[in-house]
Ligand binder design. Structure first.
Ligand code: PMV
Length: 299
């Protein structure tokens, strides 16, 4: 069979600014797309043209889940998103694949998201859906599990500078989510208190993001990091990067995504370069804010 392209799909990564983990238990979360980094999938109508360096088995399972015949298709996958770092690579892959297969109209965000969510279940077990939502909408999103997501009308140019520090420590979201569940089971009343505080911080952070108030956003992020430490999903490498970003002048910093490794995010004044401080504190990679990221955003 000659190889012809059936479709191409692309999706950005994501940064959770407030509410990861607590979102699994019903609190709202606030997330923005990581537009400078993306996953691109090309679906080829030939079984012998695979262009992936790893994860082929998982991709074949994704195709089967979507009702496609993996023996009739090949995939070419390219990613400028660091993998397994809490930056949405698995959700971006799911969204890009659904788009490339043309299983929903490109503008039908809810249709794309529902299919991508079924793929995220393969990767994470019981995901809240925030990752696939942000990667689909490619816009800031206010997300409450089980409710229709609320895309926020904030143009990318109006977002504050957001720096990402990747620890280089591999982490399993599934394990981190299970750890928080154990914390909750051991002391439900204490967890309920933290959950209430997480709700307040998400609301405060949303108002600050919409108003462009970096100080208030940073304060909410700092307090949210403390909650994540309490439920046991931070770690030394993350805490060191968070601390270094704050000391270097960031208004706020916290882990982002599943934690136990992965990445952190910091909000900082325009023009402030956090890279030296993050590198000195052990970052394996630093992703500068959108617009200044010239290190690999051209997927
Ligand atoms: O997949 P990650 O590491 O970006 O984390 C997703 C966010 C969690 O709240 C930890 C899990 C979820 O399903 O919402």
């Amino acid at each position: 069979m000659s190889a012809s392209v059936r479709g191409v799909g692309r999706a950005p990564g994501k940064l959770i600014l407030l509410g990861e983990h607590f979102v699994v238990h019903g609190a709202p979360a606030l997330a923005v797309p990581l537009l400078s980094r993306s996953v691109r999938v090309e679906v080829i109508r030939a079984p012998d043209a695979w262009r992936v360096t790893r994860g082929r088995e998982h991709l074949e399972r994704m195709l089967t889940t979507l009702g496609e015949d993996p023996t009739a298709l090949s995939l070419a996958v390219e990613s400028t998103l660091p993998l397994g770092a809490g930056l949405g690579s698995s959700a971006a892959l799911a969204v890009a694949l659904v788009r490339a297969l043309r299983l929903a109209e490109p503008a039908d965000h809810e249709g794309v998201r529902a299919l991508a969510h079924s793929l995220e279940r393969l990767a994470h077990g019981n995901p809240s859906g925030i990752d696939d939502t942000v990667c689909t909408y490619a816009r800031p999103v206010w997300f409450v599990r089980g409710s229709r997501p609320e895309p926020l009308d904030i143009p990318a140019a109006r977002l504050p500078p957001l720096w990402v520090g990747v620890t280089g420590v591999g982490a399993s979201t599934r394990e981190a989510v299970a750890g928080v569940q154990r914390f909750k089971d051991a002391d439900p009343a204490r967890f309920e208190g933290l959950l209430g505080r997480a709700r307040e911080l998400a609301a405060a952070g949303r108002a600050a993001l919409v108003a462009g108030e970096r100080d208030a956003l940073g304060a909410a992020m700092n307090a949210n990091h403390a909650l994540l430490q309490r439920v046991g999903v931070s770690c030394g490498p993350l805490d060191r990067l968070v601390e270094a970003a704050r000391e270097a002048g960031a208004e706020g910093a916290k882990l982002t995504g599943g934690g136990l490794g992965g990445a952190m995010v910091a909000v900082a004044p325009p023009g402030l370069d956090l890279e030296p401080a993050l590198q000195a504190a052990g970052a394996a990679r630093v992703l500068p804010p959108a617009g200044t990221d010239t290190t690999g955003g051209a997927a």
